[in-house]
Design a binder for this molecule. Structure first.
Ligand code: ADP
Ligand code: NA
Length: 330
């Protein structure tokens, strides 16, 4: 196809993706897949930059892939595969490591934050070179478009720098990719702590709305979500972060504007608003949970599908790696 090549991925670091991953990433992927030649990967090689239980990692990898498909990523028109099934990722990452400055890698703010939290001895060298592996992921496929969250923007900048540097030193080899930064309106915050992004590693279990949550759990979490005491459904990120976060979800899932939502709930309490939001979330997430569960009921079939997609990915990746090896004198 002559559609622009697109690459994105998520780590299999939990049993379920959450509302932030769904609204911030999957919905956008789903929309972009028809206008792009898209690859979506489950990045298990990135996940092992922090300790993982092997059996759990394998299961989380399958679960993440099943949720991609269940949420609408079409594995026959998009290439949906598991990163470790394509060895070229590790091979290109090694080459790119050799043209990345130690100081340059050390300036990555995500590494600085994570390693500070973990302490130097608990921090792996893999975590340090994580952005270089990410560059390899993107460059292997001659990617033009990379949808990412704000926090990954610096890593895409590094990817662009490495591509440009390699091309200048060894001859035109890589496409220099463009980031597509997620819209602010697609960012979802923790239900209990709306000053922080919803995250798999969030502190309060009640603050994370999982894509695989049963309706009862969805209801409980939304009804208990932190709001404020002025009782008015109005969007104001700074003054009313809890209500604004719920309104963002309402807007995305209902297709109604913030002004329409404010009008609809004028003079009514948060209870009514939350109940309607529960209905929206349950009707969006339940079919996804059911489809994912059905896919997971037949792991052999899911594994076959992922293997076939990994072959499609390998065909592209191996061609790039051959050129790279040739250029560098291997
Ligand atoms: P997490 O922080 O839960 O580990 P990741 O960092 O693995 O999530 O992100 C995977 C994808 O989901 C990225 O595209 C990221 O931008 C998106 N994402 C993660 N958290 C949120 C959020 N709270 N709101 C919107 N998008 C999010
Ligand atoms: Na496509």
């Amino acid at each position: 196809t002559s559609l622009p090549r697109l690459y994105s991925g998520m780590q299999p670091s939990a049993d379920s993706l959450h509302a932030g991953n769904y609204i911030g990433a999957l919905l956008q992927w789903k929309e972009l897949q028809s206008s792009h030649d898209a690859l979506f990967s489950v990045v298990d090689m990135h996940a092992i930059t922090v300790p993982q239980d092997p059996a759990e990692l394998r299961e989380k990898t399958r679960r993440t892939a099943a949720q991609y498909i269940a949420a609408g990523i079409d594995p026959s028109s998009s290439t949906l595969y598991v990163q470790s099934h394509v060895p070229a990722h590790a091979e290109l990452a090694w080459v790119l490591n050799t043209i990345t400055g130690f100081g340059e890698a050390g300036r990555m703010t995500q590494f600085k934050d994570k390693s500070k939290k973990q302490g130097a001895d608990a921090t792996s060298v893999g975590l340090f070179t994580y952005p270089v592996l990410m560059a390899a992921d993107i460059l292997l496929y001659q990617t033009e478009v990379v949808p990412v969250g704000d926090d990954q923007k610096q890593h895409v900048e590094l990817t662009r720098d490495l591509a440009t540097r390699f091309n200048a030193r060894f001859g035109e080899t890589f496409t220099v990719p463009e980031p597509v930064i997620q819209k602010e309106t697609a960012r979802i915050y923790d239900l209990q702590n709306p000053g922080s992004k919803m995250s798999k590693s969030g502190e309060s279990p009640a603050g994370i709305l999982w894509l695989m949550d049963e309706p009862g759990a969805i209801k409980k979490k939304i009804m208990r979500a932190v709001t404020d005491d002025d009782g008015v459904v109005r969007f104001d990120r700074a003054e009313k972060p809890g209500v604004s976060n719920l309104m963002t979800m309402f807007q995305v899932l209902s297709g109604r504007s913030l002004a329409e939502i404010e009008d609809a709930f004028a003079g009514r309490g948060y209870g009514d608003f939350k109940k309607e939001l529960v209905e929206l979330v349950v009707s969006e997430f339940s079919p996804i949970r059911e489809r994912a569960t059905a896919l997971l009921d037949d792991p052999a079939e899911l594994d076959r599908l992922l293997a076939g997609n990994a072959e499609r990915a390998s065909a592209i990746a191996d061609a790039t790696l051959d050129t790279v090896y040739d250029r560098i004198g291997f």
